[in-house]
Ligand binder design. Structure first.
Ligand SMILES: C[S@@+](CC[C@H](N)C(=O)[O-])C[C@H]1O[C@@H](n2cnc3c(N)ncnc32)[C@H](O)[C@@H]1O
Length: 433
């Protein structure tokens, strides 16, 4: 159970409220808001993450509950106060904290975010919730956005596109994600690393691909045995399928076109150490810096280039690639469980924009592929427009492209939560000889 009351309990809630307001009011990603926030006291870092992720995971529900409990809506300038109310409601339902402690620490946080005058309001709203919770829950059953804690437009899209699966998708997206590891095959085997985990009393099991391990409980990466020495990396089980779908062989030239932060680039080198060369490209220099640190930790070499994959003339040396991985920018609806801010930040029109960008990247990269080569198209989402329809459109307009595939000649959609993995889509597009 987290330590709760007093100044420190209020401080971490005030930090969480500011972070939440940055996401909800300013449209900043949660990763960025957390990185830009002053750090909490060491002992509160776990609690800050639980509050920051949890309140966004349940945003649409607690926002609706707050609206039921307020006599009139808060003004836009009260973003931190609104965030504190959502945090209070989140704690009362999902955090293992005694109700009175959660209420008093949240009330005490009000003056720290410039909402001291609303202490009475926060106290009254949270206490009323505790009294009327059953009736509020009953009313919520008729409000899908609150009940499933997703924006209505997203629910509607999922219902239309996945009529048999949408509820399982939504439940998986609201669940806490499993922590997966990828063992660095250049430094040791999965069996050896499982033995190290066992020796450290860390419960885990072999799962999925040759190098994949699923932990029973998430933990900080730095606390894993051999992490600093590069024995292991954190990577979801669905993302670990890319290397095998690429079907890598020695002597091949490989392009990872949208590479940062580099999980799949590292896996490519680990899976087939004797490829001729790996070109790692991304247009975001900051994300590429993270990638370089990760490759260094794992002990891998690659040619790292900042550039727009849609404009090869600015970075390509003219020698065709045997394999291209296009892990394209997308709506990311398959990874909501890891990035719950997506539910707050994503807009319906973003999907159409992703489709345009993916089409441009597919068309620009295709001429760089050698005859007989393979382009692996990957997106961490599940909308038809970005997956099957995107690939069908490309095949229809590209006479020398054919779809072979990971699963008996087809592309593969993994739904969120399937075998505890993130949602992902893969299509192996081969160039005719
Ligand atoms: C889904 S992430 C890639 C994740 C990465 N493959 C991994 O496994 O760690 C998409 C990446 O595409 C990059 N990106 C988006 N548009 C791009 C473009 N036109 N050219 C190059 N990179 C691009 C983004 O900066 C982002 O890093």
């Amino acid at each position: 159970m987290f330590r709760l009351s007093g100044e420190a309990g209020a401080e971490v809630r005030a930090l969480a409220a500011r972070i939440n307001a940055r996401v909800v009011r300013d449209g900043v990603s949660l990763d960025r808001a957390l990185a830009e926030s002053p750090p909490p006291a060491q002992r509160d870092s776990g609690l800050l993450r639980s509050l920051s992720f949890g309140v966004l995971r349940w945003h649409h529900r607690v926002q609706w509950q707050a609206a039921q409990l307020l006599s009139r809506p808060l003004a836009p300038r009260d973003a931190e106060l609104a965030a504190l109310l959502r945090l209070g409601l989140f704690q009362l339902q999902w955090l293992r904290v005694p109700d009175h402690a959660a209420v008093s620490a949240t009330v005490a946080a009000a003056s720290m975010v410039g909402a001291g005058r609303a202490r009475g309001l926060i106290n009254a709203v949270l206490r009323r919730f505790l009294r009327e919770r059953n009736e509020i829950d009953e009313r919520m059953a008729a409000v899908p956005g609150a009940r499933y804690s997703h924006p209505e437009w997203m629910l509607e899209r999922l219902r239309v596109e996945w009529p048999d699966d949408w509820q399982a998708i939504v439940d998986a997206s609201n669940a806490l994600p499993t922590m997966w590891l990828r063992v660095n095959a250049r430094k040791g085997s999965r069996a050896e690393y499982l033995a190290m985990l066992e020796a450290g009393d860390i419960e885990a099991r072999a799962a999925g691909e040759d190098s994949a391990i699923e932990l029973a409980e998430p933990r900080p990466a730095a606390s894993l045995p051999g992490f600093e020495e590069g024995l292991v990396a954190v990577q979801d089980g669905a993302a670990q399928l890319a290397a095998s779908y690429l079907d890598l062989r020695s002597g091949q030239r490989v392009l990872d076109a949208c590479a940062a932060p580099g999980g799949k680039s590292a896996h490519i080198v680990e899976s087939c150490p004797d490829i001729e060369a790996l070109t790692v490209l991304d247009r975001d220099a900051g994300r590429l810096a993270t990638l370089e640190t990760a490759l260094e930790r794992l002990g891998h070499d690659a040619v790292v280039t900042v550039g727009d994959a849609g404009e090869p003339a600015t970075w390509w040396d003219g020698r065709p690639y045997d394999r291209i991985l296009l892990d394209a920018p997308c709506s990311a609806l398959g990874v909501i469980r890891r990035h719950p801010d997506i539910k707050v930040l994503r807009r319906p029109e973003d999907i159409a924009a992703s489709v345009v960008s993916q089409r441009r990247l597919l068309r620009s990269l295709w001429p760089l592929l050698a005859p007989g080569g393979r382009l692996l198209y990957a997106v961490c989402t599940l909308t038809a427009a970005e997956t099957a329809a995107q690939v069908a459109d490309f095949l229809g307009n590209t006479p020398d492209a054919g779809l072979t595939g990971p699963v008996a000649g087809r592309a593969r959609q993994i739904l969120p939560g399937e075998a505890n993995r993130d949602g992902f889509y893969y299509a192996c597009i081969d160039k005719k000889e």
